[in-house]
Design a protein around this ligand. Structure first.
Ligand code: ZN
Ligand code: ZN
Length: 314
């Protein structure tokens, strides 16, 4: 199984601004010595080691989970467009199994769907799965009326929308898929996907921070043994208190939930559009420090999601 992140931003696509880019360049140049700039190889080495030579990215939620000849796509935010292009470039757009899994149908999780090339391929079969019974109606709405030039009813592909049960696992293309109701306006569901002995969990968008004790055990049991666990950690501890009832969480609650749970890596996801790269890096550093304090024996890794982040789980 391979897991790759195509969009990690919450709520609204957030391109880097020129002042943000210039701040990054200033910091990058300040850490360079004359020797670092002397040759192409030295410059490449500087780029490879500098924390300034990356960005978390501005596209909204989209996660690829690939195994065998299957591509599972968790949410269809703006990151989806580049995934569609890569599938085409690699010739995987035609014969690979394609299945979407929607947490929910807020704009930031669906607005990449009309820009996904395979939906325009005649006869192309595409599965759409969610915890709701009305996924087709909700996806059609964003391509209806004056919202998009191509209407859902005119798509030449064969898109089949299916509701997943909450109380039992479902086998899809050889994978076992479980869902978990989340705490979010308009209903959202988290996913646990197991294939070939590897497991990824995807829990965005959800507000566990308001009443964490009530859900700690449910979440711990849902992710137990997973290789990668991606969670809604949109806000820092103080910022959360300005956003109660917005439907999002802080990472600190998940660290509490999972402190003695066997996991591979816990991933901070759905970054605040108001947070630039330095703020996301600071949140990740705070989270690592908190983990050292409350869960020094935890063996899992902790990271802040960035576009292009990839796990080859074998
Ligand atoms: Zn969202
Ligand atoms: Zn949402």
């Amino acid at each position: 199984m391979q897991v790759r992140l195509w969009g990690v931003r919450g709520s609204l696509a957030t391109p880097m601004s020129t002042p943000q880019l210039q701040d990054k360049m200033r910091a990058f140049l300040a850490e360079a010595t004359p020797a670092d700039l002397a040759t192409p190889a030295a410059r490449d080495a500087l780029i490879a080691r500098s924390p300034q030579a990356m960005t978390y990215g501005g596209n909204t939620s989209c996660v690829e989970v690939s195994f065998d000849k299957q591509v599972f796509i968790l949410d269809a935010g703006t990151g989806l467009r580049a995934l569609g292009q890569k599938l085409k470039d690699e010739g995987r757009d035609k014969d690979t199994g394609l299945h979407f899994f929607f947490t929910h149908f807020h704009w930031d999780h669906i607005c990449g769907f009309p820009y996904f090339g395979p939906i325009y391929a005649p006869g192309r079969e595409i599965g759409v799965w969610s915890g709701r019974s009305d996924a087709e109606r909700l996806l059609a709405l964003q391509m209806g009326d004056a919202h998009f030039p191509v209407k859902w009813a005119n798509l030449p592909s064969k898109i089949t929308c299916t509701q997943l049960p909450e109380d039992a696992p479902t086998t899809i293309a050889g994978a076992t898929v479980r869902i978990l109701p989340l705490i979010h306006p308009d209903k959202a569901y988290g996913y646990r996907i197991e294939a070939g002995g590897k497991t990824v969990c995807y829990l965005t968008d959800t507000e566990v921070s308001k009443n964490p004790n009530r859900v700690a055990e449910v979440y711990a049991n849902f992710v137990r043994g997973a290789d990668v666990v991606i969670v809604d950690a949109m806000y820092g501890f103080l910022a959360y208190h300005d956003h109660i009832n917005f439907g999002h969480s802080t990472i600190f609650n998940f660290i509490d939930f999972f402190h003695d749970v066997d996991l591979g890596e816990l991933v901070i996801f759905h970054h605040d559009p108001m947070a630039g790269d330095p703020e996301v890096s600071r949140l990740c550093a705070d989270a690592r420090r908190y983990r050292e304090l409350v869960a020094p024996h935890a063996t899992w890794k902790l990271s802040a999601a960035f576009e292009g982040q990839c796990w080859n789980l074998g």
